[in-house]
Ligand binder design. Structure first.
Ligand code: OXC
Length: 310
């Protein structure tokens, strides 16, 4: 059973890989993804300089998922830039750098620095981090998104994709798709965590994470229906050259299958990777293969995007 996939022209041996966020900040963590069955290595969102992020506790899980307000702790662009040759040659899989400058100027500087590195397969531009105090999520501001893409697309020499926040209104899907269709993007990743949720400890009558009075991005089971809806909408609305990468609520092969049925070209794993570690990529891939075999599918193209209405 073949799980190979194309994201635009980027070939993946396995459509399942990590989401930017959990366990992809240090070289040790990125090597662990490289050694695993993950189809690509995606870094933590990078700012220009190293960042320590928000105060702890800043990540909490429960049975239904996670809440986080990490605040973009990362090693800085130069670190991810320098790791590119070793990771891409050792593991022979795409190496994708997530970029989340705190201003347009910072994004320009990061992209220009990464342009020098030929061993980077693609950039995932994060327009949707909900956790930096006093910084809005760019992709909820449609005009600003257009300005950012007008500036970044012409200077980026790598394949470029964007990570979107979840949308909830049909008009917003259309408006954002109309903007994205104006650019030669390779992919969009749907979705980042659902921003500014609140999880409460009833015994303590207290929030569970420290930053922003407890408000943080929600991941895991909580967000699967929203993620599926976003993948489906953008699959239907975007031009064919822009692949949709799914992210949200994937913890087993069935979840991955559902995202692909909605139109995903590839599937990222976030909260479950944090829980289980890098073995999750092999397990989820095997479960997806078993389900495909049961259904008589040989490859992802046999069912990708073919969700039926009733
Ligand atoms: N989404 C992000 O884009 N970034 C992280 N958390 C999240 O939910 C972070 O670093 O806060």
């Amino acid at each position: 059973m073949n799980l190979s996939a194309y994201v635009n022209e980027i070939h993946l041996n396995n459509c399942i890989y990590n989401a930017s966020g959990p366990k992809c900040t240090t070289d040790k963590e990125l090597h662990a993804i490289g050694k695993s069955q993950a189809g690509a290595i995606l870094t933590k969102s990078s700012t220009f300089e190293h960042r320590i992020g928000n105060p702890e506790p800043r990540y909490i899980e429960n049975q239904l998922g996670s809440i986080n307000s990490m605040g973009l702790p990362n090693m800085g662009q130069q670190y991810y830039n320098t790791l590119a040759p070793i990771l891409s040659t050792t593991y022979q899989k795409p190496y994708i750098v997530s970029v989340a400058g705190l201003s347009l100027e910072e994004n320009i500087n990061i992209i220009k620095a990464l342009n020098q590195q030929k061993d980077i397969t693609a950039i995932e531009l994060n327009l949707s981090c909900p956790n930096v105090p006093n910084k809005p999520q760019t992709a909820y501001d449609f005009e600003r998104t257009q300005t950012v893409l007008d500036t970044i697309v012409p200077i980026c020499q790598h394949k470029l994709g964007v990570k979107l926040p979840p949308y909830f209104d049909l008009i917003h899907f259309q408006q954002m798709a109309e903007i994205l269709n104006q650019y030669p993007l390779a992919f969009v990743t749907c979705i980042n965590s659902i921003g500014n949720g609140l999880v409460i400890d009833v015994d303590k009558e207290q929030v569970v994470i420290k930053p922003k009075h407890g408000f943080g991005g929600i991941g895991g089971d909580y967000i699967k229906p929203t993620a599926l809806a976003n993948v489906r909408q953008f699959y239907l609305l975007l031009k064919r050259e822009i692949s949709v990468i799914a992210c949200g609520g994937v913890k087993n092969g069935t979840d991955a299958f559902e995202h692909i049925l909605c139109g995903a070209a590839a599937v990222q794993v976030g909260t479950q990777f944090m829980r289980e570690g890098a073995n999750c990529f092999e397990r989820i891939s095997q479960e997806l293969q078993v389900l495909m075999q049961k259904k008589g599918y040989q490859c992802l193209d046999d069912f990708r995007g073919k969700l039926q209405s009733i």
